[in-house]
Design a protein around this ligand. Structure first.
Ligand code: ADP
Ligand code: MG
Length: 461
């Protein structure tokens, strides 16, 4: 089993995170690090021996399940305290593998209470931090403003409203504000939420007669990071509630950072009083990155496998994927998958072949999720109804997983939305499917072929 890729690692973390509550995540599981699979063992490091014991005792199951779903059923999980580990991309000697086992087996009688830290509950993805964010002309202002509010929340611009097209880094910046302000002000309560979840929690609060809980959850935040506010358009029920949340936070000088795919003036069906509040603070847009920034982002993504990606391959990708950073990353993933599968060295002719559809995509119109459903069903020999239906028999289930994977790669649909599209399935099913297909891309030539052909056909439509 090869070195774990950045995207697999993120998926692994997301999967764990979707299965545990926030306190467990913040206190115990978010701190785990690791990046190699040694003789079939995924090696994780924790900050201390005690941390290792606690996690092995209480949370090993969830880690193992998540490792199986992302890296395959054969993978074992090993934990080790970081002062004993030398984690490097080079596989350690068999000796270190046996010391992992001993920690695992010696730990069964550990019994200590968790530390009583009062970590705020926020849902921040570890990778979306300022260090990983490449600054260029297209996002310099948004980045500087985000940094300023993270350093002194509630002081400079309130709200900070960041808008721009899909895949340009709005969500990344919102999370980065959260991480950075927590580093600087550890007691600060940070809430990241998408407008869709805010809305769902609100409806849930009404249904369960728990509105007080809902209100305090958001009104007691020091920093509210609210993503995708364009979702509020046409949702009359939520506007009144959000208006009060906004006023309450604003009056107590609590920081709000809002993300949107449009300028407030183009959120046409929002009430004026709310739209004007969005413009009270600072409005900043993010533009598509120029070619230098695109290359810099690709370099950052390939840092860990330096040398494997020749400069001309990065340039080829940067020149052909122009206006969506998620697609840039998707192109890298495909080249990595191909090279793992075929053991071919990455060079320009190979990248051109694997990514031949990229060059075509610049002329194509927007791709809809329905296109993906239709093409995936046809390519795999099923009807669309079967693809979104309840049956779980093997070839159909795999076709469904491929469809989910393509929706994630090629559209801007969120994980829950993809679940809904595929017959009302849960977002954790989507996470599982995406991980499974990523893994199969590297091990199963048939899956690689199906996904490549579908992706090429879809971009031609
Ligand atoms: P948006 O919310 O605007 O649709 P995201 O924040 O989800 O976009 O970004 C899409 C992907 O591109 C993410 O994986 C993110 O980490 C990456 N990304 C976006 N902007 C940058 C940047 N400036 N530097 C590095 N990675 C970036
Ligand atoms: Mg986003």
């Amino acid at each position: 089993m090869p070195q774990v890729t950045v995207s697999d690692w993120d998926l692994f973390r997301d999967t764990i995170r979707s299965k545990v509550d926030d306190v467990v995540w913040q206190n115990w599981l978010s701190a785990l690090e690791g990046d190699v699979v040694v003789s079939g063992t995924l090696l994780l490091t924790a900050p201390s021996e005690f941390h290792v014991r606690w996690v092995v005792d209480k949370h090993l199951d969830v880690i193992q399940q998540s490792a199986h779903s992302v890296f395959g059923n054969e993978v074992a999980v090993g934990l080790i305290a970081s002062q004993h580990a030398s984690i490097s991309p080079v596989p350690p000697t068999p000796d270190s593998a046996s010391s992992i086992e001993s920690i695992l087996t010696n730990s069964t009688n550990a019994h200590r209470p968790p530390p009583t830290t009062t970590q705020p509950s926020s849902k921040l993805l570890a990778r979306y931090n300022f260090d990983q964010f490449v600054v260029g002309k297209s996002n310099r202002f948004a980045h500087a403003a985000a940094m300023a509010v993270a350093e002194q929340p509630g002081v400079h611009y309130n709200p900070l409203f960041i808008y721009g097209g899909a895949g340009l880094g709005k969500t990344h910046l919102l999370h980065a504000v959260g991480h950075h302000s927590l580093e600087l002000h550890p007691k600060c309560v940070v809430r990241y939420v998408t407008s869709e979840n805010f809305f769902n929690e609100f409806i849930d609060g009404i249904r369960r007669k728990r509105m007080d809980e809902f209100k305090s959850r958001y009104r007691l935040a020091d920093i509210l990071l609210l993503d995708d506010v364009q979702f509020f358009e046409g949702k009359e029920q939520i506007l009144e509630e959000f208006f009060h949340t906004f006023n309450s936070l604003y009056e107590s000088n609590k920081q709000m950072v809002l993300g949107s795919d449009r300028h407030p003036r183009n959120l046409s069906s929002l009430e004026d009083r709310l739209r004007s509040r969005f413009e009270w603070g600072l409005l900043t847009d993010i533009q598509p990155p120029d070619v230098e920034t695109r290359i810099a982002i690709l370099r950052k993504n390939t840092d860990r496998v330096r040398g494997q990606f020749p400069e001309d391959v990065l340039e080829f990708i940067a020149q052909n994927v122009v206006d969506n950073i998620r697609e840039l990353e998707g192109a890298l993933t495909r080249v990595t998958a191909y090279t793992t599968l075929t053991k071919e060295v990455i060079d320009l002719p190979m990248a051109r072949e694997v990514l031949s559809d990229l060059v075509l995509s610049s002329t194509s119109g927007p791709l809809t999720p329905e296109d993906i459903l239709r093409s995936t069903a046809a390519q795999c020999g099923f009807t669309t109804e079967e693809l979104v239906g309840p049956s779980r028999r093997a070839p159909l289930a795999q076709a469904r997983q491929i469809g989910m994977y393509l929706c994630r790669e090629l559209t801007t649909l969120s994980l829950p939305r993809i679940g809904v599209l595929f017959g009302g399935r849960d977002h954790t099913t989507v996470i599982y499917a995406v991980g499974k297909v990523k893994r199969l891309l590297e091990t199963d030539p048939n899956v690689f072929k199906t996904v490549s052909e579908l992706s090429q056909d879809l971009r031609r439509t």
